[in-house]
Ligand binder design. Structure first.
Ligand SMILES: Cc1ncc(COP(=O)(O)O)c(C=O)c1O
Length: 428
């Protein structure tokens, strides 16, 4: 095994500097198992951040499914194969009735780009409404709909056909009171009015039901439901980006959109779907998919290949067999309770929020001014790393500590995380 310095030097020499590394002193991780990662010296870390390795690092059943299918066949989707149909059926069985047609892709970005293409095709428009702070992917089409990027370092702001609605954040957002939900919906109404005034029509409202990079934001009750109604009244499509929050992570529901009691026209999924293997999908209605089938075929060299589908099926089965959704609910509730106890002891914890194993801790100077503390958040995650717990920061101000571990995260892990966070916060 190469030593740490050599590995770091290779990285610096040959990998583009825009690939970022976590932590002041980057980790050299050489092994993973369940909810744990191990560095080159064998030090064990509790992984509280890798939501991609949904059923746990190096799950033996994912490995077995990969090898079994790889030994038999891997090819593109131009031949009949049982894996793609069975996997699509299993995904669609988890969906509301009208979402019954799948496209397979290889990353969340690819799914979201396809969603935009389908929406443009369906509505003849590119006028898209997005939530401030949102991130939807790294392609040029997605940087364009990601305020997190186009308003961040190196960004060049919103293009003319992209309309940004305020983050529906009731802690530090534009509206916080009892009327916040209606006030945020009214902002969307104003955008629709502006689009119509310029003689255009809406293409889509693109959102996450719980915002990830936006800072683990749960919109106020009815926000999404009322916004969807408004968009549909004006013939736009409602697209739910489930790339971070799908597959039972919220604990109470299998899909994030279900937590807001809405049914999207298009949903995009990825990340956790293949437990680290690059597979993703877009699911929509027959009607929308049929209109998109305008003669220009959809071909994807890797999307929906038998190996990816076998892995996706194994992940679904493990979620079921190991009851990972109910684990997310139970452990997530416990963890949230413990974090709320820390909030009483540490005034810089302004807010603890989220659902299931998708939580955020927002650090602010005090409860009145609510000024974000990104430097403190960064210090906390670095100190936590030294204590053997991996976390990250996010949100437009980078002052939200994110928790989104593999779904096998257990009670003991919740106590270990909060006890160490208590120690770190006490010494800051
Ligand atoms: C909400 C959301 N959508 C889309 C993406 C893009 O997914 P990918 O990195 O697989 O392209 C991400 C990635 O972090 C994401 O968080």
């Amino acid at each position: 095994m190469l030593n740490r310095d050599k590995v770091h030097n290779l990285r610096k020499k040959y990998i583009s500097p825009s690939f970022s590394l976590s932590y002041w002193k980057p980790l050299y991780i050489t092994r993973g198992k369940g909810q744990y990662l191990y560095d080159d010296k064998g030090k064990k870390y509790l992984d509280a951040i890798n939501n991609i390795q949904h059923v746990g690092h190096s799950h033996p059943k994912v490995l077995e499914a990969t090898i079994t299918q790889l030994k038999k066949l891997n090819a593109n989707t131009r031949y009949l194969n049982d894996a793609i149909g069975k996997y699509a059926e299993e995904l669609i069985n988890r969906m509301p009735d009208k979402l019954d047609t799948c496209f397979f892709t290889n990353s969340g970005s690819e799914s979201n780009d396809l969603a935009l293409r389908i929406a443009h095709n369906h509505t003849g428009s590119s006028e898209t409404i997005v939530l401030d702070g949102a991130y939807h992917g790294h392609l040029i089409s997605l940087i364009k709909i990601s305020p997190y990027k186009f308003n961040g370092p190196g960004g060049t702001g919103a293009e003319k056909d992209i309309h940004v609605a305020p983050t529906p954040d009731i802690f530090r957002g534009k509206y916080k009171g009892g009327n916040a939900s209606s006030q945020y919906v009214e902002e969307i109404n104003k955008i629709i009015f502006k689009i119509h005034k310029s003689d255009k029509n809406i293409s889509a409202f693109f959102s996450e039901a719980i915002m990830g990079c936006g800072g683990q934001i749960i919109p106020p009750k009815h926000f999404l439901k009322k916004s969807y109604a408004l968009i549909r009244k004006n013939n736009g499509l409602c697209i739910a980006d489930e790339v971070q929050i799908g597959f039972g992570r919220s604990g109470s529901h299998f899909w994030g959109f279900e937590t807001q009691d809405v049914i999207p026209d298009i949903i995009t999924i990825g990340k956790s779907m293949g437990n680290g293997h690059p597979i993703s999908a877009l699911i929509t209605t027959k009607e929308i998919a049929s209109k998109f089938n305008n003669g220009m075929e959809y071909f994807n060299s890797f999307g929906g290949n038998p190996v990816s589908c076998a892995i996706g099926r194994a992940v679904l089965k493990i979620i079921e067999e190991e009851e990972l959704q109910s684990n997310a609910l139970y452990v997530g509730n416990l963890l949230k309770k413990l974090l709320n106890q820390l909030k009483t002891a540490h005034p810089i914890i302004g807010d603890v929020r989220g659902k299931g194993l998708f939580l955020g801790i927002e650090l602010v100077n005090d409860q009145k001014e609510l000024n974000p503390l990104p430097d403190v958040a960064e210090k906390v995650i670095n100190k936590m790393k030294d204590k053997g717990v991996l976390l990250s920061t996010d949100g437009p101000d980078h002052n939200v500590i994110k928790i989104k571990p593999p779904m096998v995260f257990n009670e003991k892990n919740a106590y270990f995380l909060t006890e160490n966070l208590d120690l770190v916060l006490s010494n800051i």
